[in-house]
Design a protein around this ligand. Sequence first.
Ligand code: 9Z3
Length: 356
Amino acid sequence: MPFSAESYFQTQTPPTTLQHDTDAVREFVQRQTRDGKKIVLVTSGGTTVPLELNVVRYLDNFSAGTRGATSAEYFLSAGYAVIFMHRQFSLQPFSRHYSHSTNPFLDFLEVEPPSPSDPDAVPRISVIKENREFLLRVLAAYRDAHSKGTLLTLTFVTINDYLFLLRAVSEQMASLGRRSMYYLAAAVSDFFLPTQRLSEHKIQSGKGSLQIEMDQVPKILKPLVSEWTREGFVVSFKLETDPKLLIPKARMALERYGHHVVIGNDLARRKFEVLFVSRVPRTVIDAGQSPTGPPIDSTIIEPVTDAPPTQSGADYTETWLILEEKDRNSVEIEEGIVDRLVKMHDAWIEAGPRIP
Ligand code: 9Z3
């Protein structure tokens, strides 16, 4: 019998930090609610599946955390409070600009020699001139988020940590009703080994090949959408490597879970092209709201023309969001993604009951 979400949570062990994290989220949600903020939960980075209880080996899911960390910054600048739930040591908002090995922090700095006329002077470290404007912008946004307390960071490593934490955070955010958004960019394992079948110690070699039978991870979007989040605006990501599968799999996710937006991305093209599949609620159209709004300058929105008709018909919007070729080294596609989602979310808030 495959695990349902319910049987999963009944039989698996919650992470030891769960209560502490839940308390932090409760306090954060209460404070942001008092300040009238919309809150977005951004999940980011890949989950692991340990193969042993005293873990030496694990399976990992691909994700550097760029999508989540970058998007979190754009949500903050759009006025959202952000719960950033990420894989330990994956990229984070603000520090992503310099902590990555392709952008080492020390390369931003230079040493000014002491003045020969002042015997007590010491060398000074400063930021290289051409990086100053950029770093000042990052620093200002970072300080702003810190002084206003609008960013809460949570950490997961395993798929088990992720599932328990996602449920706890969603339950705390439920009181926000339509003023909450779920931006599920973490790369989530599809298969796992239940604790009861995990080897306690390191699996020994020497017995030939290793065979492991894994269980399917329960489809967590289902209870998230229908039980935990009430009226939250839910955006999930679909990652494929076969371009032919992207549209059908993104549609299928939307059909199956009944949430608001699926963003499909092909692994090789994800930095400059994403697919938006959304179910535009009738109420939004009837209220005369544009569900998408115009694109920001550097992005092109193209209708999907090569997809077969949907089974259920009318209420789908399927479009590509593409970065213009000339902008691909200087603009981040997350700016366009977040811009679009904020407009859709506002239309969703506008069309429904304000606070439950
Ligand atoms: C994504 O598709 C993300 O956009 C990426 C971002 C992982 C490609 P990077 O962190 O990459 O910028 O390097 N996430 C995959 C989401 C996922 O696993 N979804 C699950 C599913 O479709 C559950 S919601 O089944």
